[in-house]
Design a protein around this ligand. Structure first.
Ligand code: ADP
Ligand code: MG
Length: 295
């Protein structure tokens, strides 16, 4: 996967730098700085030495290579990188949806690596919203039933005013009685978005939430995620390939070969595009087969 090369030094903020070498860094959270930001709001999720390997032996794939990251609370973080760079794996591991091979993950103050499945399930249910790359809607349930399913399972009642707001913002009012097969891809994605937001979770993970949407629907989803952060104090982590979508975030993390290689605060679409180009130029000579755009 990863080519050996000279260490990359990333300046993250005044006085902060991190060495991105091939070595795993395992240390206590307070001991060092890492990718992401530590604003006043604190940390919504945190990983140290997060390593994830799939398979074993010759066919093993190192999807995440000792990632250290802080996801700021009350901020909108975007994650970008080539296909196969580990974006989805990072989201799944941070959300406690997948086990890690090494390292530690915290949601808020709670370390989730090592939690038992039952505790983890409850924590996820109460605090996390997840929008998957594939929508993961239940085909036999209506849109409305899909949206409230996680809360129904948890025995919690949705706040009707919040639910109304979510449904209207996502333009789903007249689709609530439809089953997924009766909805377009964009509408299904909006249902998945509403489901992730319905319980008003502290932390929302969205894996390419605009990937299957036309630009207008995409802007609505982005606007809603932005609003969730600005007006409601929620935290959002979003994977995207679209510099325009990334520009809605507060901070872009660039992933390559299972490592966070760079980050860009206050992104504009132009700056993101520029950074992506620079990546290509810097990385191409190493001949490690990067550069495929995601499907
Ligand atoms: N369940 C899995 N089994 C084996 N390999 C996997 C699995 N999931 C992901 N991978 C591999 O891990 C790497 C990172 O995948 P992923 O996190 O899906 O990347 P991205 O979301 O950036 O496209 C890829 O090489 C991918 O093929
Ligand atoms: Mg992915």
């Amino acid at each position: 996967m990863r080519c050996a090369g000279s260490p990359v030094s990333l300046t993250l903020a005044p006085g902060r730098a991190v060495q991105a070498t091939g070595e795993a860094v395992l240390s206590t959270p307070a001991a060092q700085h890492v990718s992401g930001r530590t604003p006043d709001g604190g940390i919504a999720a945190r990983a140290r030495g997060l390593t994830k390997a799939y398979g074993s032996g010759e066919t093993a794939v190192l999807a995440l290579d000792a990632v250290d990251v802080d996801i700021a609370r009350g901020r909108f973080t975007a994650v970008m990188g080539p296909s196969g760079s580990g974006k989805s794996t990072l989201m799944h591991c941070l959300a406690g949806l997948d086990t890690v091979s090494a390292g530690q993950v915290w949601l808020g103050e709670t370390e989730i690596t090592g939690l038992r499945e039952r505790e983890l399930t409850r924590l996820r249910r109460d605090r996390i919203g997840f929008m998957f790359q594939s929508f993961n809607l239940i085909p036999t349930l209506t849109a409305a039933e899909n949206i409230t399913l996680p809360m129904d399972i948890a025995g919690r009642r949705p706040d009707p005013r919040w639910l109304d707001r979510v449904v209207d913002a996502l333009g789903l009012r007249d689709r609530l009685g439809h089953r997924p097969a009766q909805l377009s891809g964009g509408q299904q994605q909006r249902v998945a978005c509403a489901r992730a937001l319905a319980s008003r979770p502290e932390l929302i993970f969205a894996d390419e939430p605009t990937g299957n949407l036309d630009s207008r629907a995409g802007l609505e989803v982005l606007g809603f995620l932005r609003e969730a952060v600005d007006d409601l104090g929620q935290s959002v982590v979003m994977v995207t390939h679209d510099p325009g979508a990334a520009a809605h975030s507060d901070l872009v993390l660039f992933l390559a070969d299972g490592r966070i290689e760079d980050e860009l605060p206050g992104p504009t679409a132009e700056a993101v595009l520029e950074r992506m180009k620079r990546f290509e130029v810097v990385r191409r000579p190493s001949g490690d087969g990067l550069g495929g755009q995601e499907g």
